[in-house]
Design a protein around this ligand. Sequence first.
Ligand SMILES: NC(=O)c1ccc[n+]([C@@H]2O[C@H](COP(=O)([O-])OP(=O)(O)OC[C@H]3O[C@@H](n4cnc5c(N)ncnc54)[C@H](O)[C@@H]3O)[C@@H](O)[C@H]2O)c1
Length: 415
Amino acid sequence: MLTPISLMKVIAGEGNNRSTPNDKIFLGVIGTGSRGHHLAYLIKEYGHELGMEVTALCDVYQPHLEHTHAMIPEAKVYNDYRRMLDEATELHGVIICTPLHVHAGPTIDSLDRGLHVFCEKAMARTLDDTYAMAEAYYRTGKSLHIGHQRLFDPKFLRGMNKVYNDDLGVVTQIRAYWHRNNDWRRPVPEGQPELERFINWRLYRDYSCGLLTELASHHIQVANWAKKARPVEVRGTGSISFWRDGREVEDNVALIFSYDDGTQFIYDSMIQNRRHGLEVQVLGHKGTLELETNNFFLEEPPPPPKPAGIVQLLQDLEQNVLGKVPIGSSSWDPEIAMTYKGESIVADNNTDGTFEQFYGFAKAIREDKPIPGLFEEGYYASLWTLLGQQAIDTGKAVKMPEKYDISKFNPREFV
Ligand SMILES: NC(=O)c1ccc[n+]([C@@H]2O[C@H](COP(=O)([O-])OP(=O)(O)OC[C@H]3O[C@@H](n4cnc5c(N)ncnc54)[C@H](O)[C@@H]3O)[C@@H](O)[C@H]2O)c1
């Protein structure tokens, strides 16, 4: 399991061994849609900090390929990733941003050709594909970095330090939610209805598990990271309760992942109300982290500074009078949320870790070996999102089948 300290060192550039300007890292991007274009943009704009450059682009959909090629005209373009892997021999690594069901093939083929792979989350549409990617990772010894950017987000890193340093005490519950208010559809070009499933792949079961693989996978990774463990069981329910437009994936899900020490990770997601946005809360007996919003709260807050003068007098009076009125006892008191504002986890909350992930990827490529523990974070997050979908589909508690346990490859995964 990753320690936050080792990841902070990666971000700080320690051990990157960056040497000469000639020491460039050449990357190919497979899948130049929304995410692929964005990551290609980040590398074009900031990749020089890491000596990274995109030299090859691949997509089967010409409008997306052209859009990203217009941004990086010097890159070679391909419609078939295998041809790219054959011909773009300068590549050190690839970034895979295809739809979920098209992650495994390009990942395994790239690893087998000795390339390092950054593959967007979640890993794959099926448990077997996810496991096949793991086998290729351990077989080749190359890096397989799954795009869980929170692992490189300073507020999550510092927050995890607080968990590991016992600042929260015993953590027995983690709660997360991800709420949006939109139909999650992408526009299909007019006159080409046959492209619906291709463009809106995340709404159809053959290609995606919807809210689970697309959103929940991030917070499952955070929960596992906080617990330094993977769940032992998941139960869940879900429905298409609002966007009844022909989609096959739920728009409303609720799950509970249980850990063997009794911790419960309670998760829900919906896309018909955005009042509460997204959050992941780590709840210990001494404190609480609210990581997405960069907050830390102690159960016993430090006393506020004493007000002066007349305000103090009024407060003392109120205390004295109300404190003596026999209106109830502790068994009666309602549980009211704390009003104390807590403290920020980091002072500068100006990144979500997306670009910082490439510090890790650059380090792995330069050293020609993976960052220990990083892959396992992505693996178990992906696996448990798929098991969560099984729990919803079957209405039963689901455990991980033994055959998907990768500790046989890496017995120190959670050390
Ligand atoms: N980490 C994050 O926060 C984050 C955010 C958004 C998306 N993602 C992930 O990025 C991935 C892509 O999502 P997206 O929103 O960019 O999807 P998208 O549909 O916008 O892009 C996917 C691209 O892959 C292309 N493609 C499909 N099959 C291909 C093949 N065989 N070879 C080459 N290209 C192919 C499509 O034509 C399309 O251009 C998903 O796994 C998604 O979960 C991650």
